[in-house]
Design a protein around this ligand. Structure first.
Ligand code: SAH
Ligand code: SF4
Length: 349
């Protein structure tokens, strides 16, 4: 039996994945990829059901104290006009999300200490008092006390991608972070009872299949409830402007293998993948993904949250996004989830 079939079989029959098994799966060629994607789709169906969950994302500040080499929001990017939404503007964006029927709102920003722990707690409290919405935060590395305050204020989930667990690569890409400290944050989040999301970029300069296997194994070990896996996309105003983007096939393979190793996690069809390739969202939903994150950032600032260029959701009005999603899901015969889509809530079977 060819190595890929053997690796797939052993994973599907319960073998603990290791680096070798994962790198074998990631090496699937054009002929083998359909089998890999079909297996991931089957595991997705059994693990999290047919329904696709929507998470409305509100990008409330593009100020960042960090200088990640890949990201357009890095503090040294002086050509980016910066914005901060007021509490009222954020609440209005959440009002829109609630009115459109979303059950989760994701509040994301650069690492912007302008918003104190108390400010963010107040925001969570206002949202929770007003709506029956799940609240996800994604505001980077903060201290245990801040995470605790927000959890107590009612935050349900937190997204903090490890980006890469290759220590040397991490240090190069995130010069003012430490891998150990970022992983510590993830452990705190788990300990505090957040549904915790991690994830990695695919196609980073200097990355290899072993690095990617390390990311998948890390997320499995941490038992993440969510994993965001998308291609690296070079941004013209960053030191990585001349680097090649992550490839479509490798991104889909990484997503599919992540699904095989994380049967019950929520995996988004990322905006980065739709930006890389029109139709990327559909391909991801057929290869293990079960979440879409439509952009509810107010239109007047949306083009300034430019972590990478040509973000596919920049100009699209949320109404149009929802129409497109409904059309796509009808074509795929996948229902839209009606519940909050908390971890391990299986719907739409
Ligand atoms: N500041 C927070 C959250 C905002 S950045 C943090 O860093 O955790 C959100 C995500 O954007 C990051 O986790 C990273 O994976 C992604 N990102 C940033 N620059 C990117 C690029 N050039 N290509 C693809 N994804 C990118
Ligand atoms: Fe800041 Fe996050 Fe971008 Fe890094 S990835 S520069 S922390 S917004």
């Amino acid at each position: 039996m060819p190595a890929l079939d053997a690796a797939l079989n052993s994973l599907l029959t319960g073998e603990q994945p290791g680096v070798e098994l994962i790198t074998t799966l990631l090496s699937a060629d054009a002929e083998q990829m359909p089998a890999l994607f079909a297996a991931a789709n089957g595991v997705r169906r059994l693990g999290v059901g047919e329904a696709v969950h929507l998470r409305a994302i509100v990008e409330f500040s593009n100020y960042c104290r960090k200088n990640c080499l890949y990201c357009g929001l890095r503090r040294d990017n002086k050509s980016l006009p910066r914005y901060r939404l007021t509490e009222q503007e954020i609440i209005e964006a959440v009002d829109n999300a609630a009115a459109m029927g979303f059950r989760t709102v994701v509040l994301q920003s650069g690492e912007d200490l302008y918003y104190t722990a108390a400010n963010i707690a107040r925001l969570i409290d206002r949202i929770k008092n007003k709506y029956d919405l799940a609240v996800t935060l994604s505001v980077g590395e903060r201290g245990y006390a801040d995470y605790k305050t927000w959890r107590e204020a009612g935050a349900d989930r937190y997204l903090l991608k490890q980006e890469t667990v290759d220590e040397k690569l991490f240090q190069y890409l995130k010069p003012d972070s430490r891998l150990r400290e970022r992983l510590q944050c993830l452990h705190w989040l788990k300990e505090l009872g957040y549904q915790t999301g991690s994830g990695n970029m695919v196609g980073l300069p200097g990355q290899n299949p072993t690095t990617l296997a390390g990311d998948i194994l890390f997320m499995r070990e941490l038992e993440v409830e969510m994993a965001g896996i998308g291609p690296f996309l070079p941004h013209h105003d960053t030191p990585l402007k001349d680097a090649a983007p992550g490839g479509l096939e490798l991104t889909l393979k990484t997503l599919a293998v992540a699904r095989l190793c994380l049967p019950r996690a929520h995996l988004p069809a990322t905006t980065a993948l739709s930006t890389l390739t029109p139709g990327g969202r559909e391909l991801a939903l057929k290869s293990g993904a079960n979440v879409i994150m439509p952009n509810l950032t107010p239109l007047h600032v949306r083009d300034k949250y430019l972590i990478y260029p040509q973000k596919s959701d920049i100009i699209e009005h949320p109404d149009r996004t929802l129409k497109n999603i409904n059309k796509l899901l009808a074509e795929l015969a996948r229902p839209l989830a009606k519940d909050h889509g908390h971890a391990c809530q299986i719907t739409g079977r």
